[in-house]
Design a protein around this ligand. Structure first.
Ligand code: NAD
Length: 295
């Protein structure tokens, strides 16, 4: 069995790593013991540091909160850099910052270590179903080497372009998701206030020209079902939309809708904190409009 390393087994990392459990000998590392226990009970080998992972495997997956944590896991004490093998791969599935990613890749290549960005979109559900979108940044050669393993995770693997392209597209995607989500809550609140049933409104719009991820998944699965859990935090969404706005800033492109969507997200964060689930945005809308969207 080929050996694969996986660091970061949270909401998103866990279902991604679970896809690999079936075919590979997994070596796992996370700060939370609880997250490791599941994998150990399914045959994975627990490591005590990122460097221990890198000394045992030549392909290490990362799914960590931010690029600055990725930097620490690679370059810090007991980091991957200490023990990584020549020609090995680090596959960064974090929703990261393209600038940091390009810098990391440049430095790691000096030691013949491949670092590629491979962020994902489709949430834990998409990972479990094996159809999550994975957008890969790196050279075409790096992509062709890593593609067979990525195919074991999902049927939706895309070559995004040179290093950092995956992270740039992912940041843009999440800002767009946030804008559409806020616009959808705004419109559904207006319709409910006008006496319309929210479920009917969402079902009809989903088959009409206003459809988007919020009408397809967020509202039906997480809000109208009463589940009120998406498995994605407000803090991570703030980070992602912030990365997109930062890319806009460095390219001197104004993003009025993006800035407004982030301002509205900040209102939810002020009310519920950065660890709150993104479904709390619905409650912020209900508080603001006095209209109940949930059942
Ligand atoms: P999470 O907070 O649920 O999980 C992060 C995991 O990383 C935790 O288990 C934590 O213990 C671990 N960790 C943190 N610092 C560490 C370190 N120094 N060493 C080892 N482990 C460490 O977050 P998540 O939702 O799984 O998100 C992970 C990444 O995936 C983020 O970049 C996020 O933006 C992205 N993402 C998440 C979703 C989603 O729906 N949750 C969807 C797409 C992309």
């Amino acid at each position: 069995m080929e050996k694969i390393g996986f660091i970061g087994l949270g909401n998103m990392g866990r279902p991604l790593a679970e896809r690999l459990l079936k075919k590979y000998q997994l070596y796992v590392y996370d700060l939370e013991e609880e997250n490791l226990n599941f994998f150990v009970s399914h045959g994975a080998i627990k490591c005590l540091s990122p460097s221990e992972i890198a000394s045992n495997t030549d392909k290490v997956f990362l799914c960590l909160p931010t690029s600055s944590i990725v930097e620490k896991v690679i370059n810090g004490d007991k980091g991957i850099f200490k023990t990584a093998k020549q020609n090995s791969f680090i596959i960064d599935m974090t929703t990261g910052e393209p600038e940091i990613t390009r810098e990391l890749s440049k430095n790691l290549l000096l030691r013949d270590i491949n670092f590629i960005d491979a962020p994902v979109s489709g949430g834990p559900k998409g990972a479990r179903l094996g159809n999550i979108a994975i957008m890969i940044g790196g050279t075409e050669k790096q992509f062709s080497i890593i593609k067979p393993i990525m195919d074991d995770i999902s049927s939706n693997i895309f070559y995004a372009g040179e290093i950092g392209s995956g992270h740039a597209i992912k940041a843009g995607n999440n800002l767009l998701n946030l804008i559409c989500r806020m616009a959808t809550f705004e419109v559904i609140s207006m319709l409910v206030k006008d006496g319309v049933d929210p479920e009917k409104a969402v079902n009809i719009i989903q088959k009409s020209s206003g459809r988007n991820y919020a009408t397809e998944i967020t509202l039906p699965d997480n809000i109208l079902s009463g589940k009120m859990f998406q498995g994605f935090s407000t803090g991570l969404m703030k980070k992602d939309s912030g990365v997109a706005l930062q890319i806009a800033n460095s390219n001197t492109i104004d993003m009025p809708l993006g800035k407004l969507a982030q301002k509205l997200l900040n209102e939810t964060i002020e009310e519920f904190g950065i660890d709150a689930d993104m479904s709390k945005v619905a409650i912020s809308y209900e508080d603001k409009t006095g209209v109940k969207i949930r059942p």
